[in-house]
Design a binder for this molecule. Structure first.
Ligand SMILES: [Cu+2]
Length: 202
């Protein structure tokens, strides 16, 4: 209980800072999408808003997203070995991703994060038993995933971008989730509900 209060207090005091950093990283296109008020309207247009990706690309990125979510869920349960397994799956999902159907813009967006994300996934895969180190990689991997989903869409699955101000040594970190409730992959059972949902990803 005490830890939850501390978490809430930190979340409240860092809210302004969070919003600032959020604006900085999201300045390219999503001004307003991370506010709760913008959501109902956005929800109504979901079905009619086409993703930039074609069907094939959406299917392919789904494998990447699925492996990432398995990884995230393993971290939420503090399970370093399952995280390693999922990390290796994610690494191979990146390796086997078929880029031939991508437009030039999509290809560039994918290649912008590909090497970085694959390397983080590989390190997570090879560091079963060292969950702290795995989670360090997960901080950067999650940013890559957010970028990918922005470009390729959510593959028909509702996804949320969550933020925990206490993760990453108090510097804060995001993750992507398939569930609305907070299940913190950085703090696990120590503080499972620390964090806030920042954005519903279309
Ligand atoms: Cu490493």
């Amino acid at each position: 209980m005490k830890s939850i209060i501390i978490c809430m207090a930190i979340a409240a005091t860092t809210l302004a800072a969070c919003n600032n950093s959020n604006n900085k990283t999201a300045e390219n296109k999503s001004s307003g999408t991370d506010t709760a008020q913008a959501k109902p309207q956005a929800e109504n247009v979901t079905a009619t808003t086409p993703s930039v990706a074609d069907t094939k690309a959406t299917v392919s990125i789904k494998e990447i997203v699925t492996a990432y979510l398995q990884l995230k869920n393993a971290f939420a349960k503090d399970n370093t070995n399952d995280a390693a397994t999922a990390g290796t799956s994610l690494e191979s999902a990146f390796k086997t991703f078929d880029k031939t159907a991508l437009s030039a813009d999509q290809k560039k967006a994918f290649e912008d994060v590909e090497d970085d994300a694959r390397e983080h996934a590989e390190h997570i895969g090879k560091n079963g038993g060292n969950i702290a180190h795995q989670r360090e990689h997960f901080v950067m991997l999650s940013k890559d995933m957010a970028d990918l989903i922005k470009t390729f869409g959510n593959g028909g699955q509702t996804l949320y971008k969550d933020f925990c101000p206490m993760a990453n040594d108090g510097k804060g970190a995001i993750w992507i989730s398939e569930v609305k409730e907070i299940k913190n992959p950085y703090l696990g059972s120590k503080m499972p509900t620390c964090g806030t949902m920042k954005e519903e990803m279309k």
